[in-house]
Design a binder for this molecule. Structure first.
Ligand code: C2E
Ligand code: CA
Ligand code: CA
Ligand code: CA
Length: 275
């Protein structure tokens, strides 16, 4: 809403200060969230459209605040990024997820989200190596998800880091594909193992010809690069049927399984008949 009078402006300023206060308090609380064991990881299955089997699971960070309850990563990841906390939190996620995934059947992969802020120097590859060594997780089971925003700054340096990561034998996925307002030029600088089509395109796919055209184009693009394509946020049978018909390799979404605690996921993964 537009501020029309002095009172409105004062209210606006008050709201902004409230927000800044809230952010500052959350930042302070996030600083101790790790040591107070308030952070945990849920895992969401990613399923093969052909076999219907779980191929890998994506690690999604959760913050259980003692009084505020569950806080969404959409809210606290940006705070972690702007405060520099993302480095230690990101490290914790990587090490914890690798350790938990090492307990799964060996044909199930693990996907971990990386913030652009974790691309600082060459410490990242060393850290990934350490996480793999300490957990005894085979490198080919690990997939790191990045967004195209890492190509907006230090593009050449980041491509070098990506290549270094790939040399470890892990895979690199491009997350939220098509939502980042950048050109497609970066696709010729690095060869991704996987493209993940953002939920915003999947959502309208069955009703909007434009969305369907975009989904089709992304699948074609992925195939021509030899990359696997995953559809995010599949919620309905109609979306699943449509995306399968279009030749998408993998699907993820509430229809196939919500993010879940590791104990629950493990029960599903080790069930005698896995579908
Ligand atoms: P993302 O990487 O795009 O993860 C997918 C998000 O979509 C997750 O939200 C997941 O719960 C949600 N989702 C999955 N299927 C469906 C569906 O069918 N419908 C709907 N409406 N949503 C679905 P979540 O867990 O809230 O995470 C939000 C974002 O926070 C992630 O988006 C990612 O950008 C960030 N994030 C989460 N964990 C981490 C982490 O460990 N590190 C970093 N850097 N970012 C993280
Ligand atoms: Ca992701
Ligand atoms: Ca995504
Ligand atoms: Ca997303």
């Amino acid at each position: 809403a537009k501020a029309t009078g002095k009172g409105d402006y004062a209210w606006f300023q008050f709201a902004m200060e409230e927000k800044a206060d809230h952010q500052r308090i959350l930042r302070e609380e996030l600083t101790v969230a790790l040591e107070k064991h308030q952070l945990s990881i849920d895992y969401q299955p990613i399923v093969c459209t052909r076999s219907g089997r779980i191929i890998c699971c994506e690690a999604l960070l959760r913050w259980r605040h003692p009084t505020r309850g569950l806080i969404s990563p959409v809210e606290f990841i940006p705070i972690a990024e702007s405060s520099g906390l993302i480095e230690s939190i990101g490290q914790w996620v990587l090490h914890t997820a690798c350790r938990e995934a090492a307990d799964w059947p060996s044909d199930i992969g693990l996907a971990v989200n990386l913030s652009p802020r974790q691309f600082t120097g060459f410490g990242l590859a060393a850290d990934v190596t350490r996480a793999l060594d300490q957990s005894h997780l085979a490198p080919n089971r690990l997939e790191l998800e990045i967004t195209e925003s890492i190509f907006l700054t230090d593009s050449q340096e980041n491509v070098r880091i990506l290549n270094q990561l790939k040399q470890l034998g892990i895979r690199i996925a491009l997350d939220d594909f098509g939502t980042g307002y950048s050109s497609l030029a970066y696709l010729s600088c690095f060869s991704f193992d996987k493209l993940k089509i953002d939920r915003s395109f999947i959502k309208g796919m069955t009703t909007s010809p434009e969305n369907l055209a975009i989904v089709r184009a992304v699948i074609g693009l992925g195939k021509s690069f030899g990359a696997t394509v995953t559809a995010e946020g599949v919620e309905t049978e109609a979306e699943l049927a449509c995306i399968t018909r279009e030749g998408c390799d993998q699907v993820q979404g509430y229809l196939l399984g919500k993010p879940m605690a590791p104990e629950i996921l493990r029960e599903i993964l080790i069930a005698p008949v896995r579908t």
